[in-house]
Ligand binder design. Sequence first.
Ligand SMILES: Nc1ncnc2c1ncn2[C@@H]1O[C@H](COP(=O)(O)OP(=O)(O)OP(=O)(O)O)[C@@H](O)[C@H]1O
Ligand SMILES: [Mg+2]
Length: 329
Amino acid sequence: MALLSIEHYSLEYRLGNSYGRVLDDITLTLGKGEIFGLAGESGCGKTSLGSAILGTIPEGARHAGGKIVFDNRELTAMTEKELCTLRWKDMSMVFQGAMNAFDPTMTIEKQIADAVLVHEPKCRKKEAVERARNIMSRCEVNPALGKRYPHELSGGMRQRACIAMALVLSPKLVIADEVTTALDVMIQAQVYRVLKNLQEEMGLTILTISHDLALLAECADRLGIMYAGRLVELGDTRKIIESPQHPYVKALLASNPDFGGERIIRPAIEGAPPLLTERKPGCPFKPRCSVAQSDCHINTPELVEVSTNHWVACPCCLHSNSGKGNDHE
Ligand SMILES: Nc1ncnc2c1ncn2[C@@H]1O[C@H](COP(=O)(O)OP(=O)(O)OP(=O)(O)O)[C@@H](O)[C@H]1O
Ligand SMILES: [Mg+2]
C-alpha cells in the first residue's frame, strides 16, 4: 500500500523577476516499508524534492502543479501549521550536511531528548532521555557517547546520531539526503547498514538520496534517476543496474567502476545539465545524448513502462529496443 504518492508534481524557484522550474512533472509512489533510492547529477533537484515532500520549500518557491499525498493526506494543500504537526512525528528528513548542524554547545543526548520534548510537551524529561538513549543504541551509537558534545564524535558516529534524532519520534517516512557523502567508504557502508536494519526493525519507509548510484544499489529496493528536474528512469534496483535503458543512466553506470566501468579517470558524461533558467520543452538530455534524434527537442519524454516495474522516459531507446525505427513522436 502506498505511503507516499507524488502525482505530476512540479516546483518552481523564484529567480529574480521570473521562475525556474526545478521539479517537472514528477510522479512517484513509495510503498510502506520500502527503501527507495533517488539518484542524479548535482543540481538535478533531489534535495528540492525532499524539501517539497516535507513542506520546507524556501520562501519564493511555488508549487507549479500536481500534488503530494502522504498517508492519505494531501501535503500540498496543507497549511504550514498542519504540516508542522506531521514533521518529525510522521515524516522526518536527515538534511544534507546535517551532521554539522548539531548545536556545538549541547550534548548529543540532550539534543535528541529535546526533539522529543518539543514535539511531545507532555513527555517527561526522564522518558525523553530514555527514548534518546534507546534510539541511539538502535542506530549503533553507544548511548554512553550521548554525554559527549558533537565535535567529540567521529563523522560516522555523528551521522548516525543525526539519523537517531530523525527517528526518535518513530516517523513512518524518513528522507535521508546524502547522509554519507562526507564519510569514507567503510563508514558509508556502516551507515547504510544501520538504515537498512532500522527499516526492517521499525517498518520504516526510507527515501534515500545520493548522487552515488553504487551505494544506493546496495540498499534500495527501487531506484529513481533524475535528470534536470525530471525522473528519467524508475524501477526495481536490479532491473536498472542490470539493464539500464535511458542513455543518461547507461552512461552513468558505464562510467562507474563499481558497475564494471574502466578504472580510469575520465569525464563521466561530457557537458552539463541545463541551468534552471535554460530549461525548455523537449528532452533535457538531448545536448549530451549519443543516441539523440533530430526531433528530441520537440516533445518532453514521458515515463513509459518498458517491462513490469521498469519505467523509462526516452522514446528513442524504446524504439531502438523494439526495432520500430526512429520515429518517436
Ligand atoms: N532556494 C533556491 N532558490 C533558487 N534556486 C535554488 C534554490 N535551491 C536550489 N536551487 C537550485 O535548484 C537546483 C536543484 O537544487 P537541489 O539542491 O535540489 O539539487 P540536488 O540534486 O540536491 O543537488 P546536489 O546533488 O548538489 O545536492 C539547482 O540548480 C540549485 O542551484
Ligand atoms: Mg542535494
